[in-house]
Design a protein around this ligand. Structure first.
Ligand SMILES: Cc1cc2nc3c(=O)[nH]c(=O)nc-3n(C[C@H](O)[C@H](O)[C@H](O)COP(=O)(O)OP(=O)(O)OC[C@H]3O[C@@H](n4cnc5c(N)ncnc54)[C@H](O)[C@@H]3O)c2cc1C
Length: 458
């Protein structure tokens, strides 16, 4: 297959890549960094890599760390100038912790984040003390591990396991310029070009790589979320029990959960036909959030009031269902997707980041086996293409149903109909909800991070 590049002046004459085992040094003769390249040189020179991961979010960093643990190096391109510092927190369940254990960052995060003991469900109409239902994980879902982890802490813990320089910041992918036998040509906003045998698209929900692979745009599901992180730095910290607090209204729900002794995460989900204009003034965002839940239980309002304005964000909720036969494959040539770039899902099950972590382990295992295969002389591209297909075969049955289920749960809990909400508060929550079966999906275990056997030599 000839290299089909959209840029006429560009040609690739490098010899085929050999291996990407981590102990091999990256070929440095024609490597050009953002800092060192003059604009003229940037447009001519090609940086060559074996594995490039686009996006230093949860999926990208976890994939890089997993690969590294299997002896395979990768370069991570991140558009930001540093790791994302904001973004409040992510509730991680047992399946997410299994992955963090496998890649060696769980204990560090456990020491900084409270273990959540249970769930308290209330109605917005009642007083702070009126509880519809209260569960403990120990009784209803023994062995469950739930913690709300600061996104910043998660990203920093993952990044700390990578060698210096593994993440290239200020490196925004502009486009995929072509694919050929030697790999895929990436074009960056600053004019750099990178030829990589393998490209892992971890560029999030608005992934330009997914667009290039002809995935449909993520679908807005009709509700939006506010999130915030309250701080209790002075004195004795916050007064809340380590429980998830859910409060249900009509077409509106909110919740809060302690993250650490000094931080509490909260959220509001509200119906809205279209996402509307982006609000950039943080104080206006917080006012809008408080207005939505005016008159709701006092503890929620206290937590929101204790949140710095710049720690409040508003996000439209989107997903993309990977219908068999309709969604494109997860890989195209040497390019593969992971995390939200492949399967954006609504946060109703708290599984987006957990699944991104699972993807990372499964993909890294597959790619590492292919790297070993390519080392044993199986040729350059085919072992990786097969590794990507194997990854998709393993992950699709997991992520498609979860995406659909998260969407359906969201549609149910966002109902506005007064009779339906009364039935929810009077019958469904107090009598019918069972935590164990509801959290069944968190029992998933994608296994240890051990290299799969390389394919046999021809
Ligand atoms: C309201 C809300 C609440 C949530 N709560 C939870 C929860 O409790 N538990 C849970 O498990 N999940 C939760 N999620 C889901 C979770 O946030 C995502 O699933 C997770 O962040 C996906 O990680 P990712 O690495 O795929 O994408 P991201 O975290 O979005 O990372 C993508 C990275 O790619 C970079 N990037 C993008 N484009 C380019 C480019 N062109 N060039 C270079 N870099 C680029 C971005 O800067 C970013 O660093 C929630 C989501 C929302 C919206």
């Amino acid at each position: 297959m000839a290299l089909a590049t959209t840029t006429a002046s560009f040609s690739v004459s490098s010899p085929p890549f050999s291996s990407c085992l981590y102990h091999r040094r990256r070929r440095s003769c024609d490597v050009v960094t953002a800092a060192s390249a003059s604009p003229a040189r940037r447009s001519e020179a090609v940086q060559r890599e074996d594995i490039v991961i686009v996006g230093a979010g949860v999926a990208g960093l976890a994939t890089a760390v997993s690969l590294r643990r299997l002896g395979v190096g990768a370069t991570v391109l991140e558009q930001g100038t540093s790791l994302r510092a904001g973004g409040t927190s992510l509730t991680l369940f047992k399946n997410g912790w299994r992955v963090l254990d496998a890649i060696g960052v769980a204990d560090e995060l456990r020491s900084e984040h409270l273990r959540i003991q249970g769930i308290k469900m209330r109605s917005a109409a009642g007083a702070t003390t009126d509880v519809l239902r209260e569960f403990t994980f120990e009784e209803e879902a023994p062995g469950q591990e739930v913690r709300a982890v600061e996104r910043r802490a998660l990203l920093e813990a993952l990044a700390s396991r990578l060698p210096p320089g593994a993440i290239s910041f200020s490196s925004k992918l502009r486009s995929i310029a072509g694919q050929g036998p030697d790999g895929t040509v990436l074009e960056l906003e600053d004019g750099r070009r990178i030829l990589s045998k393998v490209v892992v698209g971890c560029d999030g929900v608005n992934s330009p790589i997914a667009r290039w692979m002809r995935f449909s745009e993520p679908r807005y599901v009709g509700h939006m979320a506010f999130r915030g992180l309250a701080r209790y730095d002075g004195g004795g910290g916050h007064p809340f029990e380590p429980k998830v607090n859910y409060i249900y209204g009509r077409g509106l729900r909110a919740g809060f959960v302690p993250v650490s002794p000094t931080k509490v995460y909260w959220f509001i989900c509200f119906n809205r036909p279209t996402p509307g204009p982006k609000i950039t003034d943080p104080a206006a965002l917080k006012r809008e959030a408080l207005e939505l839940v005016r008159g709701w239980p006092a503890d929620l309002l206290t937590v929101m009031g204790d949140t710095p304005d710049d720690a409040v964000i508003r996000t439209p909720l989107v997903d993309r269902w990977l219908w068999p036969g309709l969604a494109p494959p997860a890989s195209r040539g040497g390019v593969v997707l992971a995390g939200d770039a492949w399967h954006p899902m609504t946060p109703n099950l708290g599984q987006g980041a957990c699944c991104a972590l699972e993807d990372a382990v499964v993909l890294a295992r597959s790619l590492a086996a292919a790297a070993a295969g390519s080392d044993s002389g199986l040729g350059s591209a085919e072992p990786y293409a097969e590794a990507m297909r194997a990854y998709e075969r393993e992950r699709w049955p997991r992520v498609f149903p979860l995406t659909a289920r998260a969407g359906l749960v969201g549609a149910l809990v966002q109902w506005e109909n007064p009779a339906v909400c009364a039935a929810r508060d009077g019958v469904v929550i107090p009598r019918l909800v069972r935590l164990g079966p509801f959290l069944e999906h968190t029992n998933f275990d994608c296994g240890p991070l051990e290299p799969a056997a390389p394919p046999p030599s021809p």
